[in-house]
Ligand binder design. Structure first.
Ligand code: AMP
Length: 559
């Protein structure tokens, strides 16, 4: 069993061993696997770095950032077929499984997988399906900020600590408040935005520069420009200004330019922090610390916003890229009751209000579409709550109960999870509870909902686990997907790190000239011959030589 951080930009796998969590590295020593999938020219499926590199050269050959589309019916076309976000995620998870098996030297068939606290039910379900396709049973879906808190908090057994976890990843933003006390980590509240992250900052800076300089890049130029912008953004985390090429112009970009271009995005951060404090009934003064999670939390503006809003310097002692995976591994230790975490207890909350649609009788007129919450957001889970409802008409025989999640008074603005039909409510003389049903919602630690309805007059129960939720797959679909993604027999050439190295070397080859190009040709040929021989030692030594040559050309992308 392992803990997996299935991120928007990168994914990581970690394992709990000898009393602490460790992030596992692949054959090239890398711990961050880009969450990207692409098809190589020869039709091979590329995952991770090889895929990301290929996408730079051939943007239509694959896909990245599919986590944002999880739980939707979006599909992508590349490599001559259609892909779903679930299938793309499954390939990344399968690579995580392979990496863990390689490092641990034994089969890995289950995992704790982290998801943004703000992930809706469909998105969680889609994540479970991706894991199934990858051959992993999900022991627990763990909210990312909760994972982060576990990574920081699992040793913290001293005093009571009230912590705010600020998690700004590539595509999502979550704020969580938790209290840890003698090994009990209790999530008090969590709020966020599922479509705000570092990638939006990149896009905003890119658009602002293109507008300011009135530049009209070709699509291919645009993609390369975006890569550069990503580097500029990171550079501005440590420097006050930097340079970028736009067409044939060299342009200076300052932190101030970046700040102005992304002002609107930064404005969206504070209300989420405030709402979370309000839900937990805490004030900033009661906080003992702020933890930063997610690569984009490194941006200086984040520290500034938090200092201004909460008057606290955030804690940066753990690497924001790894902390979620580390926490997933702590949760894994909890699941298998590892001795080192014997005294640790974790409680979490459900991030959305859950309820049903009701109609109201207003001066003899029926008004539809109201949301009646049964479980309020930020209630500690697992939780089971029930509420009774009456039929509108005395002779009504049937109810179609529609289940929603969200925070709006009207259901149209909330997200529908599913519906349950209940029949057999008819009146008969002497009936004690005509047309009254009890609706019980049970929400578990994985964030999955079960609904049970009891007709009070007869005691008859209708229980529904939403197996066919919108955008989800049934068992046959999953079996199909597994068959479709079943690996061709893996030749060493097709191991993702080897593919990645070849892709990268190929990219570099196009950039080089003269002697350098010749040396690179020689190294690639040697590596190719070693791969063809399938001899591990030769592959290892030639890969090391090639890596040493290639690495200095990609300094920004190294960890
Ligand atoms: P995650 O999903 O947590 O891996 O977050 C990745 C996001 O963090 C991407 O949008 C990156 O551009 C961003 N990021 C990573 N490192 C930095 C940095 N040093 N400065 C600014 N943004 C960063």
């Amino acid at each position: 069993m392992v803990g997996i951080d299935l991120g928007t930009t990168n994914s990581l796998v970690a394992h709990f061993e000898n009393g602490s969590p460790v992030v596992l590295a692949n054959e090239s020593g890398e711990t961050l696997t880009p969450s990207a999938v692409a098809i190589a020219e020869d039709g091979t499926v590329l995952v991770g770095r090889a895929a990301r590199d290929r996408l730079v050269a051939a943007p239509d050959s694959g896909r990245a950032f599919f986590k944002r589309d999880m739980g939707t019916t979006t599909t992508y076309k590349f490599g001559g077929r259609t892909w779903t976000p679930v299938e793309c995620s499954a390939l990344v998870l399968r690579e995580m499984k392979r990496l863990a098996e390689l490092r641990l030297g034994k089969p890995v068939d289950s995992a704790v997988i982290t998801v943004p606290a703000y992930f809706l039910d469909q998105q969680r379900q889609a994540t479970v399906e991706a894991a199934q396709i990858a051959g992993l049973k999900v022991d627990r879906l763990l909210n990312e900020p909760t994972a982060a808190a576990l990574a920081y908090g699992y040793r913290n057994d001293a005093e009571i600590n009230t912590l705010l976890v600020f998690d700004l990843g590539g595509g999502t933003f979550d704020v969580t408040l938790l209290e840890s006390f003698e090994g009990v980590v209790e999530v008090k509240a969590s709020s966020g935005e599922s479509r705000l992250g570092g990638e939006d900052y990149t896009e905003a800076l890119m658009e602002a520069l293109i507008r300011k300089h009135n530049w009209k890049p070709e699509p291919a130029q645009r993609i390369r420009f975006r890569e550069q912008i990503e580097k500029v953004k990171r550079a501005l985390t440590t420097e006050a200004s930097t340079q970028i090429t736009m067409g044939d112009k060299e342009v200076e970009v300052t932190r101030k330019d970046f700040g102005e271009a992304t002002h609107e995005l930064t404005l969206r951060l504070r209300p989420v922090v405030r709402r979370c404090l309000r839900d937990a009934q805490l004030t900033a003064k009661q906080l003992d610390g702020v933890l930063l999670v997610g690569g984009a939390s490194r941006m200086p503006v984040i520290g500034a916003v938090l200092l201004d809003e909460l008057d606290i310097e955030p804690n940066r002692s753990l690497d924001p890229d790894r902390v979620v995976a580390l926490g997933a591994a702590v949760q894994q230790a909890l699941c298998v009751r590892d001795e080192a975490v014997r005294d640790l207890v974790l409680t979490d909350v459900c991030p959305h209000s859950l309820g049903v649609e009701i109609s109201k009788m207003m001066s003899n007129q029926v008004d539809n579409g109201y949301f009646s919450p049964i479980i309020d957001r930020n209630t500690t889970v697992p939780v089971s709550r029930s509420q009774t409802y009456n039929t509108l008409h005395p002779t009504q025989d049937e109810i179609l109960l529609k289940v929603y999640q969200g925070e709006s008074r009207m259901v149209t603005e909330n997200q529908k999870i599913g519906e349950v039909r209940v029949t057999g409510l008819r009146h008969f003389p002497g009936q004690k509870h005509p047309g009254v049903v009890d609706v019980r919602f049970s929400y578990d630690m994985n964030g999955i909902l079960e609904v049970e309805i009891t007709i009070l007059s007869s005691g008859q129960k209708v229980a529904q686990v939403f197996e066919q939720r919108p955008g989800t797959m049934n068992k046959a679909d999953i079996a199909d997907a597994i068959a479709r993604l079943r690996p061709l027999k893996l030749h060493p050439r097709d191991f993702p790190p080897n593919r990645a190295l070849l892709e990268r070397a190929g990219r570099l080859w196009s950039d080089l000239k003269g002697v350098d190009r010749e040396v690179l040709t020689m190294l690639i040929d040697k590596f190719e011959r070693a791969l063809a021989s399938q001899l591990p030692e030769q592959i290892h030594s030639t890969a090391a030589e090639l890596t040493e040559f290639v690495r200095p050309y990609f300094p920004q992308e190294e960890e």
